[in-house]
Write a protein of this length. Structure first.
Length: 317
């Protein structure tokens, strides 16, 4: 399935140096913001109070969120769980204020609006738990990175593994840089989105790498640059279809998913956009500069078998 067919290969690698310079500047800015501003961590990482309340009728989440916000709490998470009558409230830790005092203050404000509200449970998530979650999240990220490198090294070649992992880490750091610059809340949901982007981005790289390997077998007289350009050009239609459909779904979460899914969808949106960019102008270019050749992917042919495919170098999906 394809929207269009490009008959002439687009010379992507001709401007690879320029695009990679842009990538380096963007990456450097993201690292700078991460160190200078840091991430605005959510309650799961910093510690705070978790409350579960129930109503006799369906709860108005926006009204509950507004009531809690008037108490001076910043970055409060309010969401339904279980049913429309049950509400979960996460409050950030405050200096000099205990968890019991926070819950009493919130319940007094909620009862003023709806006397039927009842507190089901409250608990304090301490900084120790938050530290453990942060460490576990970093471990999960490290395991994903190592797993991807092993997979690509086995399926293709170490040069592809190195280039793909650099491109994927490029995407992750840029996502984190956006969250650091705008001080968006970084929660476990956002961490899940970052891990999803890792897998999503490497899939695009694998598609291009597969086509590069096929082209090395099919077009024996092409140079490495020509092979890469043809591989990228021939997958453009597929990229538009897959990424476009995915982004439509993510955009619906971003626009209609409410505050709970907002930053999750935002992280995915940034990851999808930069994932396409990095697969073409980062992963493929680095593989080219590392000196990937036909001999790296297929065994040398002793006898010249001709090249029946050289007459038509147009990109075909």
């Amino acid at each position: 399935m394809e929207f269009f067919k490009i008959k002439k290969d687009i010379p992507f690698m001709k401007n690879a140096l320029v695009f990679n310079a842009i990538s380096f500047v963007t990456f450097a800015l993201a690292v700078f913001f991460l160190f200078s501003k840091g991430l605005h961590l959510s309650v799961e990482f910093t510690g705070g109070t978790l409350m579960e309340v129930s109503y006799t009728q369906s709860a108005d989440i926006n009204k509950v969120r507004g009531t809690v916000a008037t108490l001076g709490f910043s970055e409060v998470q309010v969401q339904n769980f279980g049913s429309a009558r049950d509400v979960m409230i996460r409050l950030p830790a405050q200096k000099g204020v205990s968890s019991a005092q926070q819950s009493d203050k919130v319940m007094a404000a909620l009862k003023a609006d709806a006397p039927d509200v009842a507190l089901r449970r409250t608990e304090y998530v301490g900084p120790q738990v938050g530290d453990e979650l942060a460490v576990d999240g970093l471990k999960a990220l490290a395991f994903v990175v190592v797993g991807i490198m092993i997979y690509l090294a086995i399926r293709f070649e170490w040069k592809f593994a190195v280039s793909a992992i650099i491109a994927n880490l490029h995407d992750v750091i840029i996502i984190l840089g956006f969250f650091a610059f705008f001080q968006w809340e970084f929660s476990l949901a956002v961490l899940a989105a970052v891990l999803a982007v890792l897998g999503y981005s490497v899939n695009e790289s694998v598609v291009i790498f597969d086509r590069i390997r096929e082209n090395f077998r099919r077009y024996r007289k092409m140079t490495t640059v020509q092979v890469i350009d043809n591989a990228i050009t021939s997958t453009i239609s597929r990229t538009i279809i897959t990424h476009g459909c995915t982004q439509i779904m993510v955009l619906s979460m971003l626009l209609f998913g409410g505050e709970t899914l907002h930053y999750f969808a935002m992280a995915l949106t940034i990851g999808i956009c930069f994932g396409i960019y990095s697969s073409v102008f980062v992963a493929a270019a680095i593989a080219m500069w590392l000196g990937v050749t036909r001999e790296d992917l297929i065994k040398p042919v002793k006898k010249d078998e001709g090249d029946p495919g050289d007459e038509n170098r147009g990109a075909v999906v």
